[in-house]
Design a protein around this ligand. Sequence first.
Ligand code: FE2
Ligand code: FE2
Length: 465
Amino acid sequence: MKIIKSTLSIVLLLGVLLSTVVVQGQATTAANTAVSKVVVTFTGDSTTTKGFTWYTNLDSTNSDLQVCKKTGSTPDFSKAVKFTGKASVSTNSPSEYFHKAEAIGLKANTTYYFRVGDAARGIWSDIGTFQTAPEKGAFTFIDIADTQAKSEDEAILASQTIAKAVATVNNAKFLAINGDLVDTGANENEWNWLLGHSQQSLLNTTILPCAGNHEDDKNSFIEHFNIKPAVNSSVTTGAYYSVNFRNAHFIVLNNNEDSPEYADFTPAQINWLKDDVKTAKAAGAKWVIVIMHKGPYTTSNHATDNDIMGANGVRTKVAPILAELGIDFVLQGHDHIYARTSPIKAGAATPAAKITEMLNGKTIEYTMKPDGTIYLIPSTAGPKVYYKNKKIDPHYYDLFEVADEHHAAVYGPDKNDTRRPMRGQIQNFIGITIDGSKLTAVSYEIDQNKNNAEPYIIDQFGISK
Ligand SMILES: [Fe+2]
Ligand SMILES: [Fe+2]
């Protein structure tokens, strides 16, 4: 009896050992899926550096990045430049590491192949590409807002918008996202869905992300993006930072630093903004562009929120500072509707001459040497949309050049929330080109019910300095 028991134990033990080997074997052969949520960002000088973030399980303790110049259709990583980063346990998902690494000493205006992973374990991401910033000439970038999917299906929709934007806007150097990337920053599933379904786009695009109010907790913003926050920036609620790209300086604000003085910002952030603009202009920046999630000039529900229009609100206190600082253009999110303003200074639209040209077979108006800041909200790249604000003083809309009802309104109210138009019908993105003293913006729409859900132009406008 004793012998039978011992034999049984040995057989069971062998079975367990064997199944462990098989499981480990599966993990090893599934190498490319072992590295997830790969995102490329700016970490400093956009001509010579690049930041990378990715996720693995806790077996991959090494954070290896390999980079080689793109000279042919396949990379030769045996000649790669190797960089080592750092792994940290994810706040949202303690069974995962988020890894960050930085490539430095790169050559300007150059395309590179890259892969990230754990060299010792032979686990690598799919191969991606990135470009460093050029030192001269025009450039184009994409702007979107509020991908903010609550389910995997909605994340697929948002990822399709990103893929269509990248395919439509020729040679975009980066993708700016004006906040609310996910609906609940602390829910790692939502990041898995968005970054997972966008992975092929993200492997070949640099992201310029802005934290929205939906990324305001548990380090969820900073752990997904390798950016360089400003010295005093909070990193638990998002982050504020800036990036030079060619003749433009991009300032990404964080509306999640509440204070009595400025509602959504601390005095330290506003002081940094002032200093940062001065430094950038002294260094020769021709354009200064601010990206902020809760913008002062939008046209839906949030336009009448207290943190926007109250005594210490963004419109009341921060917008006049932006005009004083000579900010050219502000990219906003949060209000889930498309709108753009005239130049605004001290709360009023300032008159400016216009020049009309032809572009894409349509007319385009350039505002000439505006004395004030122009604001744009690109509606949403995801499912959630809002009606135009009917509560606000109608004269408020005199500040706008485009302040239409949301195009999704034609599909009627959402059956689960009749305060809003039907979710998931309309998505938008903008292609923005800066060529010397000329900025040209082309706004695209995707209507799931029209044109085979392929993007078409709904608006185009320009600024000439
Ligand atoms: Fe949002
Ligand atoms: Fe928001």
